[in-house]
Design a protein. Structure first.
Length: 370
């Protein structure tokens, strides 16, 4: 039995809203939805990449360190090759010099810190007590905290003694990573000039040049950071050490070593090392010496910020200070001190890649409009 047609004007039983024509979403809503999906996808991919890098840190950390060392040493290779050495011999000689330099720097820093650490620690404790005495009632809580930390020394020693095996395991990982990084530096120095040919052999022609340009830009950014930061660290450490020696602050060599190491963590490292120097000066020489030490630290930081960094790093690492601070905090949250050390060069490399991609996209749009 067939259904009777619905008379004109009569209701067919469906809700009124179902008979309305389809209304497309406004363009603004569609655009916002597309951008939201793109941001969510980008964050998901970035999170997965960070998770993979952290999970595979036994390989990724030596790789990044090898790239930074190669960026620092790359200018030596043409000089050695021009004097008749083959690339293999030049790379081996450069790695040997790197190994000697690293051991020498570590020996100097370790010697300075080992001899100065007890005195610096005692000075910091006395500076804390002096600051506590200036704070009145609040100082009693600080003194109690200091006494508790001092009394926990035996438990700390026992904890360290119980963790000898884990410490040996960590030392083994460090040695293995250092050997891997040194081997990678050798191969990068010897065969780095062939990277363009390798990319062209595995990437289609229309994309190969973009990948090569991104690699060159990222490598140049890391090289600029390493060379500039190393030079700035040496200058900062030298000036602050001389100033502390003139003021008669004990442990000046160890404090200078802290300044040198802290320079590789922008802003945070300089602040922490400068604070330690001022507190030691306060404990050893009183308020006047501490103010002079503070003046020395601030003067060196002003020279660095207004003269050294613009001259040395302005053409290689163009990162806004806010970007640097966020990168350092994020790197420290992901991988601790090592993450803070690697955050800025990795961020500089990433922004270099983005700048190349944006330039290529602008060229494509210009060609299409032309």
């Amino acid at each position: 039995m067939s259904a009777e047609p619905t008379p004109p004007g009569a209701s067919d039983g469906r809700p009124e809203d179902d008979r309305r024509p389809y209304q497309p979403l406004p363009p603004a809503v569609r655009s916002a939805a597309a951008w939201s999906a793109a941001v969510i996808l980008f964050l998901a991919v970035a999170g997965f990449v960070v998770f993979a890098l952290v999970s595979l840190r036994a390989a990724t950390v030596p790789l990044i360190l090898a790239l930074l060392a190669t960026a620092l040493l790359q200018p030596v290779m043409p000089w050695l090759v021009d004097r008749g050495l083959g690339r293999g011999a030049a790379a081996a000689l450069t790695c040997a010099a790197l190994l000697v330099a690293v051991f020498a720097v570590l020996a100097v820093l370790t010697n300075s810190l080992v001899h100065s650490a007890p005195q610096i620690a005692d000075s910091l404790r006395r500076a804390g007590e002096q600051l506590a005495s200036w704070l009145g009632p609040l100082g009693e809580k600080i003194r109690y905290a200091l006494s508790q930390s001092a009394g926990s020394g035996s438990s700390l020693v026992s904890s360290l003694a119980n963790g000898v095996l884990s410490g040996l395991g960590f030392a083994t990982q460090v040695i293995t990573g250092a050997v891997l990084a040194l081997a990678l530096v050798f191969f990068f120095l010897r065969d780095g000039h062939r990277s363009g040919d390798l990319v062209r052999s595995v990437v289609p022609d229309e994309r190969a040049e973009t990948v090569i340009a991104c690699g060159h830009k990222a490598f140049a950014a890391m090289a600029g950071f390493m060379r500039g930061t190393t030079l700035i660290a040496l200058i900062d450490a030298a000036f602050i050490t001389v100033g502390l020696v003139i003021l008669g602050v004990p442990g000046a060599a160890g404090l200078g070593a802290l300044v040198f190491m802290g320079a590789y963590i922008p802003f945070v490292g300089a602040f922490l090392s400068g604070t330690v120097a001022v507190l030691v000066a306060l404990a050893e020489g009183g308020l006047g010496t501490a103010l002079w030490a503070l003046g020395v630290v601030l003067a060196v930081q002003m020279i660095e910020g207004n003269i050294l960094q613009p001259v040395i790093q302005s053409r290689t690492v163009e990162l806004h200070p806010a970007t640097i601070m966020i990168a350092v905090v994020a790197g420290a949250g992901v991988a601790g001190i090592l993450g803070a050390l690697l955050a800025v060069p990795v961020s500089a490399a990433g922004l270099g890649v983005i700048s190349v991609l944006r330039g290529r996209a602008a060229e494509v749009r210009g060609g299409a409009e032309g």
